[in-house]
Design a protein around this ligand. Structure first.
Ligand code: KE4
Length: 426
């Protein structure tokens, strides 16, 4: 693959942007390569500044579930933008998108829009603390909920330990009320919640930020029960899983109702949108209805709302989830067969997101993900990139499918994986 222009742009970008990127994972550091600079994206493809075309399994980290640059979405964005980009006043589109989300997720009474998943989970934590008048929060090792201080804590040990900042710049005091447990470890959670004063437990109902790691049978049900028994609010962080693991997200897949849910990615269709949703008595604690302050200049921005609304309208009208799953189920059963015959690879999937792990068995928590063969992952990433397939540049990430990924595209993934396995002598 020619990459002269990407190499030049990365060098140039480093002069003006820390690390040359606006989000660390994009720097391709964990795979030791020069990042791809993208010129444009269409359907299941992205096209880089050197004219290379890649079959895209990143899909801007989940939002492009319709494929990139859907003409009807672009048209709606264009028409809305022509009426003005931002008003700083309420406008009809935010009401329409809120009503659409409520219609699709019947357990939600009210929604507040923000501009990112980080803002959504930050708001959800503050809302839970304000509503319960408690301070402690509990999260799981390997789950990522955005980069706000309270939740950027390192993996604790096996028991619920107070988090330690996972990055400089976060005061110890800020995270001394943040507890961490291993994903799928209900015993740890029970001990922590029964000590009391835990405002909320936040969880990715299917983890996607340590690669896709699924809840063991009974885990989410156990969280729901323990939260109810201890007056702790259960927050499902569905920024990634929303509309990706099921038409009705985790609520649809597992039949469990959280007290608060956070969203992002798909509901913005590729534009900056996050959201917090839940029952009226909790959501009405948010200002100006209630005392918990939260705000945003561009929250509910009409252009972003138009993008998200049209995306969800098409998602429903074209039965996008089922359409993707028709092809995905065949792909996953082939992948399953391959992984059962070859040592050193395994995979997890949930709906339209999946991760291939370079590990004999599919991991159930972060400790097990950390045992992957990262060198081999990097080799696979490079091999796929050279063959025109863009994967997420980290073993700790999820791959995504779109409406536009064809059976041929998925067969290409399988064929290239077989070629890689042979090349590696696995
Ligand atoms: P943003 O602030 O990046 O919009 O959302 C944060 C967030 C919150 N919750 C979950 C479950 C998430 O997956 C994310 C963000 N996901 C990552 C992908 N692993 C975004 C990619 C990036 O950081 O560049």
């Amino acid at each position: 693959m020619k990459n002269k222009n990407s190499v030049f742009l990365f060098k140039r970008s480093m002069q003006s942007i820390p690390g040359g990127v606006d989000s660390p994972v994009r720097a391709f550091k964990s795979v030791g390569l020069n990042p791809v600079f993208v010129e444009r994206a269409e359907n299941q493809y992205i096209f880089d500044v050197d004219g290379n075309r890649y079959l895209d399994f990143v899909l801007t980290w989940g939002p492009a579930i319709l494929g990139h640059s859907h003409p009807e979405v672009l048209k709606s964005v264009e028409e809305t933008a022509k009426k003005g980009l931002s008003f700083g006043m309420p406008s009809p589109l935010e009401v329409e998108l809120a009503e659409k989300i409520k219609d699709m997720l019947p357990y939600i009474d009210k929604v507040r829009f923000v501009n990112s998943g980080t803002e959504a989970t930050m708001t959800a934590i503050r809302l839970a603390r304000g509503y319960t008048k408690r301070n402690k929060v509990l999260k799981f090792n390997g789950c990522y909920h955005g980069h706000h201080d309270a939740l950027l804590v390192q993996a604790g040990s096996g028991v619920a330990t107070f988090g330690i900042p996972s990055t400089p710049g976060i005061p110890e005091d800020t995270v001394k009320t943040t507890l961490t447990c291993e994903y799928n470890d209900l015993t740890c959670v029970e001990k922590a919640l029964r000590k009391g004063n835990v405002a909320c437990l936040i969880v990715e109902p299917v983890a996607g930020n340590m690669g896709v790691v699924k809840p063991e049978p009974g885990f989410l049900e156990g969280l729901r029960e323990l939260c109810t028994q201890t007056g702790t609010l259960l927050i499902f962080d569905e920024v990634m899983t929303g509309f990706r693991i099921h038409k009705k997200g985790a609520f649809g897949l597992f039949g469990i109702t959280p007290d608060i849910a956070t969203f992002g990615k798909v509901i913005g269709g590729g534009m900056p949108v996050g959201a917090v949703g839940g029952k009226k008595d909790i959501m009405d604690y948010l200002a100006p209805e209630g005392p918990v302050y939260q705000a945003g200049t561009l929250s509910g921005n009409p252009v972003a709302m138009a993008c998200g609304l049209k995306t969800l309208e098409i998602y429903e009208k074209e039965n996008v989830f089922d359409s993707i799953m028709e092809r995905a189920n065949k792909f996953f059963s082939e992948l399953e067969g391959l992984c059962s015959n070859v040592k050193g690879i395994s995979f997890n999937y949930a709906g339209t997101m999946f991760t291939l792990f370079f590990r004999d068995t599919a991991p159930k928590n972060l400790t097990e993900v950390n045992q992957c063969n990262f060198e081999r992952f990097s080799g696979f990433f490079k091999f796929m990139l050279e063959n025109g397939v863009l994967l997420p540049p980290s073993q700790y990430e999820a791959n995504f499918l779109s409406l536009k990924h064809t059976e041929e595209d998925l067969n290409l993934y399988i064929d290239l994986l077989k070629e890689f396995i042979e090349k590696e002598g696995m």
